[in-house]
Ligand binder design. Structure first.
Ligand SMILES: NC(=O)c1ccc[n+]([C@@H]2O[C@H](COP(=O)([O-])OP(=O)(O)OC[C@H]3O[C@@H](n4cnc5c(N)ncnc54)[C@H](OP(=O)(O)O)[C@@H]3O)[C@@H](O)[C@H]2O)c1
Length: 267
């Protein structure tokens, strides 16, 4: 067995490397042409379809509700703060959603989660089985899943796990259910309020963190989902952080340590 491992180490690494050199350029040319083609076609229309949005009371979820409303989707809006959901509901109806409902619920509670799916099905009379209705799932992970900023270990780990979980589901479901995995970078929401950033030590960075608006992020998400993308990195430039992490892991690690400075130790 050890011999087989040694042989694989010697043969598989260089042969895979050369195979990638041959395959990657034509693959990316095809991918680029296919995305150009898809952009020229009319995207999927969501008018009349049902979108269930968790975390709809603020930030990216709230803006997703407005973007789906503008496109005529029917909405089930879920979060814990009922008062906030009510004002999102009013605005979504004004923006063009033909039918929308709110369901105050805590997604960390399994009974609540079963209840909001059941209430959505009862209200709209559809959405029961994603496979049958060829539905879609939009997963909000984070660039933190692969750029791993310090002082956010639980967050980073949970976001990386989210990607892994839904990539596995995607392989299991096949093409019946579209899954778009979104990795937003820093976005201006309650989550990136000064208070929270300060708690995470991000305020100690010697430069301003460039925040994207939640509205712009939500528009990109809906567009990407309608196009049927597997992944969306938003804003696009944040993919450079992923490349840095892949190709220059040690220097990136030094930079993080340097930037954290005296706030390095977590008490
Ligand atoms: N902002 C960023 O820079 C950024 C970057 C990358 C990824 N993300 C991800 O984007 C997603 C949305 O975050 P955001 O930035 O829009 O933050 P946000 O404005 O704080 O929104 C979070 C939403 O989640 C809801 N929520 C939280 N816990 C919940 C629970 N247990 N049950 C039901 N709803 C719950 C909140 O509503 P209630 O409090 O009313 O329940 C709120 O509507 C998150 O998954 C976040 O990790 C954000």
């Amino acid at each position: 067995m050890d011999l087989i491992q040694k042989l694989l180490n010697i043969t598989l690494i260089p042969s895979t490397f050369f195979a990638l050199l041959l395959l990657v350029p034509p693959f990316y040319v095809l991918k680029f042409l296919s995305s150009l083609f898809k952009s020229c076609l009319n995207h999927e229309s969501v008018a009349g379809k049902v979108a269930l949005i968790t975390g709809a009371s603020s930030g990216i979820g709230e803006e997703l509700a407005y973007e789906y409303a503008r496109r005529g989707a029917r909405l089930a809006l879920v979060a814990r703060r009922e008062d906030r959901l009510r004002s999102v509901l009013d605005k979504a109806l004004q923006l063009g959603s033909p039918d929308a409902m709110i369901i105050p619920a805590d997604v960390s509670n399994i009974e609540d989660s079963q209840r909001f799916v059941a209430q959505t099905v009862n209200h709209f009379g559809q959405f029961p089985h994603l496979r049958k209705s060829r539905g879609k799932i939009v997963v909000i992970s984070s660039a933190a899943a692969w750029c791993l900023p310090p002082r956010m270990s639980f967050y980073n780990a949970s976001k990386a796990a989210t990607i892994s979980f839904f990539e596995t589901l995607r392989a299991e479901f096949g093409p019946d259910i579209g899954i778009t995995i979104v990795t937003p970078g820093f976005t201006k929401t309650e989550m990136t309020s000064d208070q929270l950033l300060e708690q995470m030590g991000v305020k100690t960075l010697p430069f301003a963190v460039p925040l994207e608006s939640a509205e712009r992020c939500a528009k990109a998400i809906v567009k990407s989902t309608c196009r049927g993308d597997m992944y969306l990195i938003e804003p696009s430039w944040t993919r450079t952080l992923m490349w840095l992490k892949w190709f220059l892991a040690a220097p990136v690690d030094w930079c993080f340590r340097f930037l954290l400075g005296k706030h390095r130790v977590i008490h």
